[in-house]
Design a protein around this ligand. Structure first.
Ligand code: ADP
Ligand code: MG
Length: 392
């Protein structure tokens, strides 16, 4: 694919798709991680003398129904503050942008207000493409979606390239999945096997060990024939879990399953917790974290790993007394000499909660895109950029 760094942007009309989707309260951005991550790309384009227009989305508005609650106004204000110059928010932009001076930018109102965005409508994509000389796809967080602003526009723009943020995410993930330093150990936790079945399957083709945690582990515990009481688990996926265990055995890989767990009668900070072997879990128990013995076993497995790939908390970390397993895991990853990659909305929230984000070697910014890339090895928004580069 073409890369923004390799294109002379001076004086050009450059349309950049960023992922600026940020939490907003009382008209203000409350966490600016995604804006910060996009800033170097925007700044580089401005420094190169481009006439920059940025497309982004906020929330999940109904298409064709602009509403103030999903306006990008708070993001425009925040960007202005970070860049130290005003950022005009253009409400009606799809039929033509105002004149932009070289080295200046405007922000286009919520791209999801436009009818046809989600369906990747070619007419809408052509209108976007008509606004620019160069289209830059930099929104890794939505690169798994083929929509007008992430995919269609790349088909029709005079020139379409990857922005530095997107390039870095794709290069890093490709490298780790294709040429990992071994042993490659993956940790997949979180709530449900059903949302990550494809990822578990794909990882089992590559990893040396697959550590499961959280609600996902509960389904594996059930597959081993143990009771799981009132725990979150998916009975209809027990067969899939058995198949994955068999697949791991065939490959000589291991899926270490929790042997003792933290249980409580209900998921609350005031609940009385007990640590017990998985065989002793009773009908009234909820498994909410991995126990200390399991934590040290996992830490041992991570110690000599070459590469660690982490998605999904191994307990209900939002509640302090069930955060211990996830925290221990994060610490073991940080202590290991392995190259570590972490991604996923809740995984990153857990790392923030423990103030350990900067102790991972690489933080992947897009949750869904991260998992899709692991599962399929490619992303629609990147495919089209590669296709455009090959067409030439
Ligand atoms: P990510 O966003 O990192 O991909 P998921 O969305 O799959 O992760 O899962 C995160 C959620 O899983 C968290 O809200 C956490 O509380 C929940 N979870 C983890 N372990 C358990 C458990 N044992 N029981 C119930 N929920 C759990
Ligand atoms: Mg999540």
């Amino acid at each position: 694919m073409l890369r923004m760094e390799d294109i002379d942007l001076a004086g050009k009309r450059v349309l950049i798709r960023e992922d600026l989707n940020s939490p907003v309260a009382d008209g203000r951005v409350t966490s600016d991680e995604r804006i910060q991550a996009s800033l170097p790309t925007i700044q580089a384009a401005l420094d190169a003398g481009a006439r920059v227009a940025v497309m982004a989305h906020l929330g999940r508005p109904k298409e064709g129904q602009p509403d103030d609650a999903s306006s990008l106004k708070p993001v425009a204000d925040h960007l202005s503050a970070l860049l130290g110059k005003p950022v005009e928010l253009v409400r009606d932009w799809i039929d033509g942008l105002p004149e932009i001076e070289p080295g200046h930018m405007v922000l286009c109102e919520n791209v999801r207000w436009l009818e046809g965005e989600k369906a990747n409508d070619p007419e809408l994509a052509k209108k976007m493409a008509a606004l620019c000389d160069v289209y830059v796809m930099d929104a890794f967080g939505v690169a798994h979606r083929a929509q007008a602003s992430t995919h269609g526009v790349a088909e029709y723009a005079p020139l379409a390239c990857a922005g530095p943020l997107l390039s870095r995410e794709v290069d890093t993930l490709k490298h780790v999945l294709e040429n990992p330093r071994r042993p490659l150990t993956a940790i997949v936790g979180g709530s449900k096997v059903s949302t990550k079945l494809g990822v578990l399957d794909a990882l089992l083709d590559k990893v040396d060990r697959l550590i499961v945690g959280g609600g996902i582990a509960n389904t594996f515990i059930a597959a081993e024939g143990h009771p799981v009481g009132k725990s979150l688990y998916e009975p209809e996926l027990v067969e899939s879990a058995k198949r994955l265990i068999a697949k791991a055995e065939e490959r000589g890989a291991a899926i270490p399953i929790p042997t003792e767990v933290v249980v409580a009668p209900y998921a609350h900070s005031d609940a009385l917790t007990t640590i017990k072997p998985v065989a002793d879990v009773s009908d009234d128990d909820m498994i909410l974290d991995v126990g200390p013995e399991t934590r040290s076993r996992y830490a041992g497995l991570l110690e000599d790993a070459g590469t660690i790939f982490w998605n999904g908390p191994v307990g209900m970390f939002e509640i302090d007394q069930f955060a211990g397993g996830t925290r221990a895991l994060a610490e073991a990853i940080a202590a290991s000499g392995a190259y570590s990659i972490a991604g996923g909305g809740d995984t990153l929230a857990a790392l923030r909660q423990f103030m350990m984000t900067d102790r991972m070697d690489y933080i992947c910014t897009g949750g869904g895109a991260f998992l899709e890339f692991v599962e399929h090895g490619h992303l629609p928004a990147v495919d089209i950029l590669e296709q455009r580069a090959n067409d030439k």
